[in-house]
Design a protein around this ligand. Structure first.
Ligand code: SAM
Length: 202
C-alpha cells in the first residue's frame, strides 16, 4: 500500500492504523477464546469503507460489531471533516473500552457514540429511516433476524455493507438469500478482504 500523493490519509494516521491492525492479528493468532479475538476487517476493507463513507457523506452511520474499533476508526476518519456521526454497537465491555481508547488517540471520540448493547435490541428500538449507512460485522447467525429492522431503519439510497460473506459463505447464505428475494434493493458481493456484500436501498 502506498500513500496517495493527495494525502488521502495523513501518514501518521495510516501508520497508527496499520500498527493497530498488525497487533490485533498477532493477538488473534495466539488467542484461544473467540471472545478475546479482535477479528478485524482487513486493511483493504478499511480503505473500501473509507471510500464509501467519504463519497456518500452519510449523516448517520451504524456499525454493528465494534471490537477494538479498528473498522470504526476507518469510518470515523472518513467523516472527520463532515457533520456525520457514527453509532457503534458491541456486547463486550472490554472491547468497547479499547475502542474508546483508540478513538481518543485519534481525536475521533466525538464522532462516535459507542453503545454496549445487543444489536437486535438496538435495531428494534431505532426510528424508521434514521440511518444512511450500516456496516454489519458481528454475529452472522443473527443477520437474517435483523433484516426486517435493517430495512425499516435504512433511508432510501442508504447502504448496508456486510463483511465475511466469502470467508463464511455458509453462515451468510440465509441472509443473502433473504436480501436477494426482497424487492427494492440492489445487492452485490465484492471480493474485498473477507468478502463484502453491499446492499443499496433504491
Ligand atoms: C468481527 S468482530 C468486529 C470487528 C470490527 N468490526 C473491526 O473490524 O474492527 C465482531 C464483534 O461483534 C460483537 N457482537 C457479537 N454479537 C453481537 C450482538 N448481538 N450485538 C452487538 N455486538 C455483537 C462481538 O463482541 C465482536 O466484538
Amino acid at each position: 500500500m502506498f500513500l496517495n500523493k493527495v494525502d488521502m490519509l495523513k501518514k501518521d494516521w495510516f501508520d497508527a492504523l496499520q500498527a493497530i491492525w498488525e497487533e490485533g492479528e498477532r493477538q488473534d493468532a495466539v488467542a484461544t477464546e473467540r471472545s478475546r479475538k479482535n477479528l478485524f476487517i482487513t486493511p483493504d476493507t478499511g480503505r473500501f469503507l473509507y471510500q464509501l463513507v467519504r463519497s456518500k457523506n452519510p449523516a448517520q452511520v451504524l456499525e454493528i460489531g465494534t471490537s477494538n474499533g479498528y473498522s470504526t476508526l476507518w469510518l470515523a476518519l472518513a467523516l472527520r471533516d463532515q457533520p456525520g456521526l457514527i453509532t457503534s454497537l458491541d456486547i463486550l465491555a472490554a472491547k468497547q473500552a479499547q475502542a474508546s481508547a483508540n478513538l481518543e488517540r485519534f481525536g475521533l471520540a466525538g464522532k462516535v457514540s459507542l453503545e454496549l448493547t445487543d444489536a437486535g435490541d438496538w435495531l428494534r428500538a431505532a426510528p424508521d429511516a434514521s440511518i444512511d449507512l450500516v456496516f454489519l460485522d458481528a454475529d452472522r447467525s443473527r443477520y437474517a433476524e435483523y433484516w426486517p429492522d435493517l430495512q425499516r431503519v435504512l433511508r432510501k439510497g442508504g447502504l448496508i455493507v456486510v463483511d465475511n460473506v466469502l470467508s463464511h459463505a455458509d453462515e451468510c447464505a440465509e441472509f443473502i438469500g433473504q436480501v436477494l428475494a426482497t424487492n427494492g434493493y440492489l445487492a452485490e458481493t465484492y471480493p474485498i478482504g473477507k468478502g463484502q456484500f453491499v446492499i443499496v436501498k433504491d
